[in-house]
Design a protein around this ligand. Sequence first.
Ligand code: ADP
Ligand code: MG
Length: 292
Amino acid sequence: ATPTSIMVGTGRAAELGVLFRKGQALQTLRNTKVVALDKTGTLTKGQPELTDLTVTAGFDKSQVLAQVAAVEQHSEHPIAQAIVAEAKAQQLNIIGPQAFKSLSGLGVCAEVGGQKVEVGADRYLVKLGYELSALSQQAEQLAQQGKSPLYAAIDGKLAAIIAVADPIKEGTPEAITALHQLGLKVAMITGDNKHTAQAIAKQLGIDEVVAEVMPNGKVAALKKLRKQYGAVAFVGDGINDAPALAEANVGLAIGTGTDIAIEAAEVVLMSGDLRAVPNALAISQATLRNIR
Ligand code: ADP
Ligand code: MG
C-alpha cells in the first residue's frame, strides 16, 4: 500500500471511531481469517447483575450474601461488583474481611466475622476439595440460560450457588453478522464456565468457543485458533487480555477498557461498540483493493 492510501484508510477509520496506532496494522488486518473476542466487557457489557442465589440446608440467604459481599468488596472483578451491589440494594451489613486473597481466574477468599468464606468458579471450589454434586445440576441449568454460576463455601461447608448475568452489548449481534458476511470465522475466548460460554455463543452465532481458560491461557488458545484458521485478530478490554492482544496478528482494544490492554493493542476502538471491528476490517480490505 502507498503511504497516501494508508493515510486515507486510517483517516476513514478514525471517522468511524477506529484508531490505528500504526499504519502497518491496516495492512495486516486484511489477512485476518478469524476474529477472536474476549467475552466479559467485550461481547458483553461487563456489568453483570446477580440473578440467583440458592443456599444449602442450614444457611440463611441474607447472611450468606452479606458474608460473600464482605469478601467481594475487595475484588476488582465485575462479578464482585454485582454481588456487592445486590447486598447494598438489600441494605445488608457488609463488614470488613480479614486475610483477603484473590486467586486470578478462580475466585476469592477471606475471613468474615471469624468464618472462612470462599467464593468462585467450580474449578476453584473443587481445587479446595469441596464436593459440588448437590448443586451441580442447578449450576448447569443456570449456565444454559447464559448466566455465570459461582459457588460459595462458609466455614468449610458448601453454602450457596450464586448466578450473575451480563447483558450482551448493543451492536454485538450485528457485528458478528457483519464479520461472517466478510467471510471470517468468529471465536470467543473466556475464563467463564463452558456451558455459560456455549449458551451465549449459540445465541450470537459464534463459531468457536474456548472457555474456562485461565488468565495465562488466552495466548495458547489464540495460537491454536491461528493454527486452525490462519491469521487471528483478537479483541479484548481487560488486563488479562494484554498478552493475547500482543500475540495476535492484530490486537484491537476497547478504548473504554484498561490502559494495559490499550497499550498492548495496535488498534483502539474508541467506543465499546463492536460494529467498529467489521468496519475496520472492511476499510482494510477496501484500502488495499484501491491501490492494486
Ligand atoms: P473472565 O474475565 O472471563 O470472567 P477471569 O479469569 O477473570 O475470566 O475469571 C474466571 C472465573 O473465575 C470467573 O468466571 C469466575 O467464575 C471466577 N472468579 C474470578 N474472580 C472472581 C471473584 N472476584 N468472585 C467470584 N468468582 C471469581
Ligand atoms: Mg473482558
